[in-house]
Design a binder for this molecule. Sequence first.
Ligand code: GLV
Ligand code: MN
Ligand code: MN
Length: 422
Amino acid sequence: MNADTPRREDLQLGREIVGRINELAAISEDPARLTRLFLTAEHRAAAELILDWMRQAGMSAHMDPIGNVRGRYEGERDGLPALMLGSHYDTVVDAGKWDGPLGLITAISGVADLHRLGLKLPFAIEVVGFADEEGVRFASTLLGSRAVAGTFDESVLSVRDRAGISLREAVKAFGLDPGQIAKAARVRGDLLGYLELHIEQGPVLEQENLPVGVVTAIAGATRLAARLTGMAGHAGTVPMQLRRDALAGAAECIHVIEELCRADASGLVGTVGYIHASPGATNVIPGEAAFTIDMRAPSDIHRERAVTGIVHRIEEIASRRQLGLQIDVTHENRTAPCAPWLRAQIAEAIAAEGFRAFDLPSGAGHDGMAMIDVADVGMIFVRCRGGVSHHPDEHVELADADAGARVLLRLVENFRPQTGAQ
Ligand code: GLV
Ligand code: MN
Ligand code: MN
């Protein structure tokens, strides 16, 4: 903070952030478990609340053509280049309330604080709440940030959700125009950088006894969708040797994925998080099984090799069991390194707030993976209890939310754009 900046009361920011986290978490398709998916009534209600907060914080604010919420706080003059801050406000199914919203709300509350103190900076601040980071509804992911980065793939508009609704239809039903999505994009050179604060979603900061950390890189990921087709039949009459059981084939595939990842010493992780068997009756041999695969590794080459190996093994299993196989890559992102100059400024802000600046990689995916195509990316992690995430027990202490906000504000107030390179 500059020497003449008025002081903020202890925990003032943290209290406001936690209050808003709880307010947003009440917007869920199921009151008993937090679920807020892309292009739903809950998405709409959450967007309206967030737009309201942005306007109260002195920003002009609107929803863009993919359903992201966008706010802008002008600098010392109107129209100056902007530093972008953001995170996502969609959730997984039965989610925690901090994954995504913590970064978005901290950014808004930070700008609200600048506004309250009458501070204008030598650049604008844009805050973005991304509408789809988790990719739960449509197999692809980062749809909000890809639209902003100008890398939205129009072919994804034909992808259908599990109810058979295409992304194109869902965008229209939400009241937006799929033909306008390209207008959400920024171009390289528009932005001074993209900064995201996010919960760590792992246990490292807790082990280090630190409330915040500097992210070095966001690990790459591949998502696949597989469908095995066999022959449905009577569970009592078809001998075991004559069956073409698609679900038993899928079970073998899942086992192989787990074995391969367990045997790997380099941090490869693989998850089958969804499976659907049909026709789905106790006394019917499953004729079809569809499942997803999520593969990640600290090194891109390693992940790519592992994916090739797993696809090969699944092909073998399908062929041996006489099952039809369709397997498609639905999402692929390379590892996104955080920019050294932004990492250095984050580390400075952390140290200035009295904490040890500690570097750690992100195993989870983030919107920065898409934003790196349009701006340099920096990320601050905030400790979460037990490293638990994508689970309702996800929790951040008030003091840590406050520490994260102070670091972000200090970083923004002292932000020095990289000269010469965009
Ligand atoms: C998003 O949370 C992801 O890492 O899949
Ligand atoms: Mn997230
Ligand atoms: Mn998540």
